[in-house]
Design a protein around this ligand. Sequence first.
Ligand SMILES: C[S@@+](CC[C@H](N)C(=O)[O-])C[C@H]1O[C@@H](n2cnc3c(N)ncnc32)[C@H](O)[C@@H]1O
Ligand code: SF4
Length: 454
Amino acid sequence: MNQLANKYDFRVPRYTSYPTAPHFHDGITGDVASDWLGALDPAEPLSLYFHIPFCDSMCWFCGCYTKIVNRYDPIAAYLETLLKEVDLIADKLPTRFKAEHLHWGGGSPTMLTPKDWQRLIDRLRERFDISETAEIAVELDPRDATEDYIKGIAKAGVNRASIGVQDFHAEVQEAINRIQPFEVTKQVIDWLRQYGITSINMDLMYGLPHQTTERVIDQVDRAVSLAPERIALFGYAHVPWMKEHQKMISEADLPGADARWEQSETASDRLVELGYVRIGFDHFAHPDDSLAIALNNGTLHRNFQGYTADKASTLIGFGASAISSLPQGYLQNHLPMKSYTSAIEKAELPVARGIAVEQDDLLRRKIIEHLMCDMAVDLKAVAQEFDTAPENFQAELDRLQPYVEDGICTLEEFKITVNEDARPFVRLIAAAFDSYLNKAAEPGQEVKRHSRAV
Ligand SMILES: C[S@@+](CC[C@H](N)C(=O)[O-])C[C@H]1O[C@@H](n2cnc3c(N)ncnc32)[C@H](O)[C@@H]1O
Ligand code: SF4
C-alpha cells in the first residue's frame, strides 16, 4: 500500500458535500434561498451550524476560514450580525422549527464571551424549538478556553465539545505556531467533565512538519491517556496556493507521501488496538459512542463537520462563509465579512452562491456517502432506490479497474468494497462517481485545488 500512496498521490475532494463547494455558483442568491427556506417541511427537524471566524493567533497549518483579532469589538459586532441573521432566517421559515443538533465551529468559538454565548443561545431558544435532548456541540481551542467559559457554555446547554490538539511535541508545535502544552489540554478536559460536558472529541493531525511515525504514535498514546470519546486524525492538507500563511511551513520539513501513509496507518492501527472503532477514513470512536453505533446501524452520515450520526435532512449554516444543505440544494454565505455584514444590514439573506441538486446529484451523493461512511456500496440497491439500472455506471466501474488491480477495492457484481488496509484511498474511489470532477479531468490527473488524497 505504501508504494500506492506515491502512485495515487492525487488531489481529490473530501466529499463533505456532493456536488462539492467548488461547483457552487453565483446564480443561487438570497431570493432562491428564501424560496427554499419557505418550502421546508415543518415535520423535519433542523440542524443549525454557527461559524465564528476569529482566532487570537494563526496556526500556520490552518485551512479554516478565520481571521486574527486582538480586540473584542469585531467579535461583538459579528455577534450582533449573527443575531440578526437568526431572525432573518427564522422569519423566512413557514413555522417555528424544531432544532435537534446545534454546532459551533470556526475559527474558534472560544473567542465569544460566555455572556454573548448566552445571548445567542437565548435568541435561538426564542426562535427555534430546541429539545431537551438536543445535541449542542462546540469546537474549542484549549489555549483560550478558561474555566469561566466552560462553566458558561455548560450552563447554556452545551453537551459535546471538540478540542483542537494537533500534536503534543514541542518541535512540531513550534513549526506550526501553536504552543499548547499537554497540561493545558488536560486541564480543559478536566473542566469539561467537571461541568458535565462529557462527550469529547479531540483533533489530531499527521503529515505536519517534523512529524515522524514514532511521534505520531506517541501523540496517539498521550491523547488516549485523556480518554476522549472520539478522535479525529486529519492528514495535513497543504494548500499554500489557497492559504498564504501555510507558506510559513517549510516544505522541506513536511513528510512525503509514503511517510504520511505510514503515519496515518500506524496511528490508525494503534487507535484500534487501544479500543477505538475506525469510522470512515479519519475518525475513531469508543464502541458505545453514537458515531460507532450509527456505523453499526448503517446510519452514519457525512456533512460539513465530517462524520456524524445526525440524520437531519436540512442543515442551516449561520455566519460568514457558512454552508447550508437543504433538500433543494446547497447555499453558501458571503465570505468577505464586509459583504456578509452588508447583506444582513439590508435585511437580505447573505447568500453568495450555491447549487440546486438534480436527481442525478442525489443518486451520486448517496453512492459517495455510502463509500465514505461504510467503505462499501451496493450500486444495485442504490440504483433501485432511484429507479435506474446499475449498468448505467459502466464508465465509473471502468475507472475503478486500476484500483481493483492494485488491491485497493474489490468489485463483486455491482458491489464495491474498499479493502480494510486501503481506507485512506476511499476519496479516490468516491471521485470515480463525481461527474463534476470527471468533466474537468479524468481521475488520475492531478486536480490542483484539492488536497492530497492520502
Ligand atoms: C476550527 S479548528 C478546531 C477548533 C479550534 N480553532 C482549534 O484549532 O483548536 C478545526 C480543525 O481542523 C483541522 N485542520 C485545520 N486546518 C487543517 C489542514 N490544513 N489540514 C487538515 N486539518 C486541518 C485541525 O485539526 C483543527 O483542529
Ligand atoms: S487551527 Fe483553530 S486556532 Fe488555529 S488558526 Fe485554525 S481555527 Fe484558529
